[in-house]
Ligand binder design. Structure first.
Ligand SMILES: C[S@@+](CC[C@H](N)C(=O)[O-])C[C@H]1O[C@@H](n2cnc3c(N)ncnc32)[C@H](O)[C@@H]1O
Length: 219
């Protein structure tokens, strides 16, 4: 499949199913992943995903974390390994992607799998319905679907964060990273939000936008 078109962003990808097994070393641990045609970057981990994983902040205390737009689940699987007391949610619209994420939980975590939950649905809809709030949301967004769609996700993500919760995401410089930086600086005041860029590498920027305690819904 040509990854430039967006066949992977649909519920049922229209491409013949072929399963792959790949291995990736991330944060100095080796993971095995099942991937499939019709799922984003199924032959090799995407460079943006890899840069996000290497630079994201992972809470060590028990937390509720979300891999949003999980694909075959590399971000959530690393979160699960590095934060063994946390509950990890995965969401994707693509049923083949969520099937792969479930397989990858089984492969990489022989026990204690109750703390993982994989949901198929449209961005945050499945968790908004259940009123679940997160300490951290992580995302390599489908930015080719347009900035407007990403800015909508950005606002929705902030509404499902706990006090001091954060949204960390990666954007390619040539896909508008500096536009997003300016948008955040203009629209998210520093008394309510903390914002920094965790890393700029190989043309990818990793963003960290945090909701300050005093302004979260729970206060
Ligand atoms: C750039 S890919 C990242 C995939 C995976 N996190 C990774 O890093 O390999 C974006 C993901 O968002 C998913 N996606 C697109 N539209 C979506 C939607 N409306 N709701 C949930 N997920 C969506 C796509 O299916 C795709 O898996």
């Amino acid at each position: 499949m040509n990854q430039k078109n967006q066949h992977y962003s649909t519920e049922y990808p229209d491409v013949k199913l072929k399963i792959y097994t790949i291995s990736e070393s991330l944060r100095r641990h080796l993971y095995i992943f099942k991937t499939a045609t019709g799922v984003f970057s199924f032959k090799k981990i995407d460079l943006g995903t890899q840069i996000l994983i290497e630079n994201m902040t992972i809470p060590k205390n028990p937390s509720v974390l979300l891999d949003l737009g999980c694909g075959y689940g590399p971000i959530g699987i690393v979160l699960g390994y590095e934060s063994p007391l946390s509950q990890i949610f995965f969401i994707d619209i693509n049923k083949r992607a969520t099937w792969c994420s479930k397989q990858n939980i089984k492969i990489n975590f022989p026990e204690n799998r109750n703390r993982f939950k994989v949901l198929t649905g449209n961005y945050l809809e499945p968790v908004i319905k259940k009123s679940i709030k997160f300490d951290g949301i992580f995302m390599n967004p489908p930015i080719r679907k347009g900035r407007a769609e990403f800015l909508k996700i950005l606002n929705e993500a902030l509404n499902v964060l706990k006090p001091n919760g954060f949204f960390q995401f990666v954007i390619r410089k040539k896909m508008g990273a500096s536009y997003i930086e300016n948008f955040i600086n203009k629209n998210f005041p520093r008394n309510k939000y903390s914002f920094n860029i965790l890393c700029k590498r190989s043309g990818y920027w990793v963003f960290n936008l945090m909701l300050n305690t005093a302004f979260s819904d729970e206060n």
